[in-house]
Design a protein around this ligand. Structure first.
Ligand SMILES: Cc1cc2nc3c(=O)[nH]c(=O)nc-3n(C[C@H](O)[C@H](O)[C@H](O)COP(=O)(O)O)c2cc1C
Length: 212
C-alpha cells in the first residue's frame, strides 16, 4: 500500500512565525504515525494574487497544487488577521481552484486539520471558524479537533513548544488527519471488492471514527 502523504500549508512571511512553528509540530504528529509530510510555509507561499482568468502559474504554485493532488490529508495553520485568516493563506487556498475538475476536486475526501494563531482568544475563535468554513467550501473534512493558539501567552522557544497541552493538541490534529486517511483507504479497499457483512462493519467503523 502506498505511504500516506500529509501536506501542510501555513505560517507567515516572517521566519519562525508561531503559525509555521505550530504547523511543523502538527506535521511531526502525523510523521510519528508513519505518514510522509510536505510543508508549504512562509516565503514559499508568496504566490501571485490568484486570478482565475490568468492561466500562467509560478513554479511555487505548480509545486503546491502538484503536492495537494497527491495528498491524503492536509493541515492548515493561519495567523488571525483582523478576525479571519491571513491573505497569504487565503490566496494559497484559492489556487485549489486549479483542482476544480480533478477526479478528487479541491480537498474532496481528505481530512483537513485547522490551526489558528492570534494575539487574543477572540480572534483565534473567529479565525478557526473561518478556516473550517473554507475547508467545507473546498469539500474537505475539518478534523473534529482544531487548535486555537493565543500567541500572547508563551508557546514556543526557538521552535520548541514549551506548553505541553498545546504540544499534545497540535499532535492530535496530525493524528486525526492520519486516522481519517487510513480509515478512508481501508474503506476503499473493501469498497473495491465488497463482501457483505465485512463491508457494512468497516463502513460503520469508518463513520464512527470520522465523528469521534
Ligand atoms: C495585519 C495583522 C492583523 C492582525 N489582526 C489581529 C486580530 O484581529 N486579532 C488578534 O488577536 N491578533 C491580530 N493580529 C496578531 C496576530 O494574529 C498574532 O500576532 C499572531 O500570533 C501572528 O502569528 P504569526 O506568529 O504566525 O505571524 C494581527 C496581526 C497582523 C500582522
Amino acid at each position: 500500500m502506498r505511504d500516506l502523504l500529509i501536506v501542510g500549508i501555513g505560517g507567515a512571511t516572517r521566519p519562525g512565525s508561531s503559525s509555521e512553528t505550530a504547523l511543523r509540530i502538527a506535521l511531526a504528529g502525523a510523521e510519528a504515525l508513519g505518514a510522509r509530510t510536505q510543508i508549504f510555509a512562509g516565503q514559499s507561499l508568496l504566490l501571485p494574487l490568484f486570478a482565475p482568468e490568468r492561466p500562467e502559474r509560478s513554479g511555487e504554485a505548480l509545486a503546491l497544487i502538484a503536492s495537494l493532488r497527491r495528498a491524503d490529508g492536509v493541515i492548515i495553520s493561519s495567523p488571525g488577521y483582523h478576525g479571519s485568516i491571513s491573505g497569504l493563506i487565503k490566496n494559497a487556498l484559492d489556487y485549489t481552484e486549479d483542482m476544480r475538475n480533478d477526479p478528487q476536486p479541491y480537498f474532496d475526501g481528505r481530512a483537513v486539520g485547522c490551526i489558528a494563531c492570534a494575539a487574543g482568544w477572540q480572534a483565534t475563535g473567529s479565525t478557526l471558524a473561518a478556516l473550517r468554513s473554507i475547508v467545507h467550501a473546498l469539500r474537505g473534512w475539518p478534523t473534529p479537533f482544531g487548535v486555537s493558539l493565543n500567541s500572547s501567552e508563551a508557546a514556543f522557544d526557538q521552535g520548541v513548544c514549551v506548553n505541553p497541552d498545546l504540544k499534545a493538541q497540535l499532535a492530535l490534529v496530525g493524528a486525526q488527519v492520519v486516522a481519517f486517511a487510513e480509515s478512508r483507504r481501508a474503506l476503499q479497499v473493501v469498497a473495491d471488492k465488497p463482501s457483505g457483512d465485512d463491508y457494512v462493519g468497516l463502513r460503520a467503523n469508518w463513520l464512527h471514527s470520522a465523528e469521534a
